[in-house]
Unconditional design. Structure first.
Length: 317
């Protein structure tokens, strides 16, 4: 197993532009199993898919007023301890999560804020070097819903450039700040070459929407299995989060016998990257992997499969 220390010690990390190792390969046409007669909803005999999001945000937060466990202070003062809380994400959290994913041999999708990538390009590069997907998460923490269409376009283009510069890959997926885009977001993303977004929690399976007469993939996100919501808002203990993950998986796995089912799990650098929380996540991954037909897939893989599959739900397409 290649560790983060091995990569840094080696001095260089080769990145293949535009493509990285995938957890599931999709080449050519759809597998024969993927048709209504066969009753298979995913390729290669997969019964259920789990998609893990790993946010890279540390350093992109504003100097004052950013969300944190610290008591609020007047925004005219820099919130120094809150900034250190965010620093944990790139110093400890992401490296720990990357090692977890290596041990469990899964690939995930990392939603990267462009400013965080610019501050920590070697870490962003390492994420992709280890076979994970880098996607857009805005260039800064400016909320997309308050932007004009031109401001949106500029922000997304800057994000693309930051990720390409650091990782050698161009993002095809997008996650808005707290899921709140604008009525123009999908059209702008599509025009920039994106093929999917995740800012929708309305289904437990990927689906397609119509954007300027063309299908655009939605790979649903989660608030229920989201570490920032459960740990920082609901104040879950690790035991409570572990129970919730297992219960959600068990229910979806049962449904997956007759429907296409996907489970989404969210892991933020500074939150899920804590030792005890990373351990809970690893235990859950091992639990899910002990069930036949479970696959962990990157969101670009899921989106491309959904765009090709005749069984994908289409809303207005």
């Amino acid at each position: 197993m290649t560790t983060r220390r091995d990569l840094i010690k080696g001095g260089t990390m080769a990145v293949v532009a535009g493509a990285v190792r995938s957890s599931v390969a999709f080449a050519g046409s759809l597998p024969e199993q993927d048709n209504p007669a066969a009753g298979t909803f995913w390729p290669d005999g997969i019964r259920m898919v789990i998609s893990v999001s790993m946010q890279m945000e540390g350093g992109a937060q504003p100097a004052s007023g950013a969300e944190s466990p610290m008591p609020k202070i007047d925004p005219k003062y820099p919130d120094l301890p809150a900034c250190k809380w965010y620093d944990y994400g790139y110093k400890e959290g992401l490296p720990r999560l990357l090692d977890v994913f290596d041990r469990r041999k899964i690939k995930v999708t990392s939603h990267m804020v462009g400013t965080a990538v610019d501050l920590h390009p070697a870490l962003a590069k390492e994420v992709v070097q280890r076979g994970h997907e880098a996607t857009g998460h805005g260039q800064t923490w400016t909320a997309q819903f308050s932007m004009t269409p031109e401001e949106e376009r500029v922000s997304y283009q800057q994000s693309i450039e930051s990720i390409e510069r650091a990782t050698g890959t161009r993002p095809v997926g997008f996650n808005a700040f707290w899921l709140r885009g604008t009525p123009h977001t999908l059209e702008i993303l599509q025009s920039l070459g994106f093929i999917y977004h995740i800012d929708d929690v309305s289904r437990d399976e990927p689906f397609l929407v119509n954007v300027r007469g063309k299908p655009f993939a939605v790979v649903p996100y989660t608030l229920h299995m989201n570490d920032i919501v459960d740990y920082e808002t609901r104040y879950f203990s690790t035991a409570m989060y572990a129970d919730d993950l297992k219960a959600e998986f068990d229910a979806l796995y049962a449904e997956a016998a007759t429907r296409r089912r996907m489970m989404s799990v969210s892991a933020h650098d500074r939150i899920a990257g804590r030792p005890s929380r990373a351990n809970v996540l690893e235990q859950f991954i091992a639990y899910a992997q002990s069930h036949p037909g479970v696959a962990f897939m990157r969101k670009d893989e899921i989106a491309r499969f959904a765009l090709r599959s005749p069984l994908t739900v289409r809303e207005g397409v």
